[in-house]
Ligand binder design. Structure first.
Ligand code: COA
Length: 327
């Protein structure tokens, strides 16, 4: 069966850098606490007036340039985001217009941090069904919009940024996406959620408070669930392909917390030198973490032709997934 393959990537983030001291000056936290508990040292945050598409469009253009194709050649744009410029049109349609991708169907997938991995799954299935398709998969957030700046439990964890990848049918039977998996557990949705702004808590209600539109999280429970779900997703795609952990060249896990990443590496019994980490510079960019990390890994020479690369993610929903790629 046809395999899909990533032929170009790009990433970008707003230029404004906020280090941990910025937060320590504004709330009861410290650089030491944030580094020890999360590994995060700084993150990028959009300026007031800057929009999601202002930094996501350059990421898409870089991916197209890297792939050597024109926007007009795209058949589909799939975007993982919850923080696009507008609720309607979707982030996909906004990017389609800005790119001039007039032949592409465009839409968003709402899977929180898992949006890019869900998007890769969608692209892979469409390309298998129609190998002539060229698909741009995007993941990125302006998550600073969803932060409660008075809550130290969440404010220090997140950042803005993201990336994109161009997928086409592989010209080889060996190279490309070998296996994918996705999962969800809506029963535990309350552990990581934005309670307001939807039909359950509409803005029109009398008791509406803006804080309802920020991320609410039970950090300890999310930590445990993230480890368990990413481990089982990784084991599933490895088993599906008969691949062992020794065969993996690089794991690119969701960048939410260095302790979660190290815990996952320990459970998979893979040394940290085969695990990509950039959480210290970006924090958790939600759907942006995987494409940002993948692009940095490629540009930094961490991935070569023939390498087996394992992507895995976890996020609100709850949602999770993994993708195994032969580069
Ligand atoms: N600065 C200082 N203290 C803080 C703090 C901060 N920024 N945030 C929380 N604390 C405090 C807590 O209030 C708590 O105090 P208490 O013991 O007096 O109640 C203490 O630190 C320890 O809290 P705890 O929740 O046990 O810390 P932790 O080691 O679990 O780390 C997280 C907290 C949020 C960093 C961690 O649970 C985590 O990363 N969870 C997953 C987050 C995630 O991945 N989210 C997105 C998924 S896509």
């Amino acid at each position: 069966m046809t395999k899909s393959r990533i032929i170009g990537t790009g990433s970008n983030a707003p230029e404004r850098v906020l280090d941990n001291h910025y937060f320590a000056e504004r709330m009861d936290t410290s650089d030491e606490w944030i580094v020890q508990r999360t590994g995060i040292r700084e993150r990028r945050m959009a300026e007031v007036g800057q929009k999601w598409s202002d930094f996501m469009l350059p990421a898409c253009n870089k991916a197209l340039e890297d792939a050597g194709i024109e926007a007009s050649e795209l058949d589909m744009i799939v975007v993982g985001t919850q923080t696009a410029d507008t609720m309607m049109p979707s982030g996909g349609c906004t990017l389609q217009s800005l790119l001039g991708a007039k032949n592409a169907a465009a839409f968003d997938v709402t899977a929180a941090c898992s949006g890019f991995i869900y998007g890769l799954n969608v692209a892979d299935r469409f390309i298998k069904a129609d190998p002539s398709m060229k698909v741009l998969v995007v993941g990125g957030e302006q998550i600073s919009q969803r932060i409660d700046w008075d809550n130290r439990n969440t404010a220090v964890l997140f950042g803005d940024g993201g990336g994109a990848a161009v997928l086409v049918a592989s010209d080889s039977e060996e190279r490309g996406i070998l296996a994918t998996t996705m999962g969800s557990n809506g029963d535990l949705g309350h552990l990581l959620h934005v309670p307001g702004g939807g039909s359950a808590k509409p803005r029109r209600s009398d008791d509406y408070d803006q804080v309802l539109e920020t991320i609410h999280m039970d950090g300890r429970s999310i930590f445990k669930n993230a480890l368990k779900a990413m481990e089982s997703a990784c084991v599933k795609v490895l088993c599906d392909c008969g691949v062992t952990k020794e065969d993996i060249s690089l794991v690119i896990p969701h960048q939410a917390n260095l302790r979660i990443i190290e815990g996952l590496a320990g459970r998979l019994d893979i040394d940290m030198d085969r695990v990509f980490v950039n959480v210290e510079r970006y924090g958790n960019t939600s759907a942006g973490t995987i494409p940002l990390a993948l692009d940095e890994a490629l540009r930094g020479g961490r991935i070569s032709e023939g390498d087996l690369v394992l992507l895995t993610v976890f996020g609100g929903g709850l949602t999770w997934g993994a993708v195994l790629i032969k580069w």
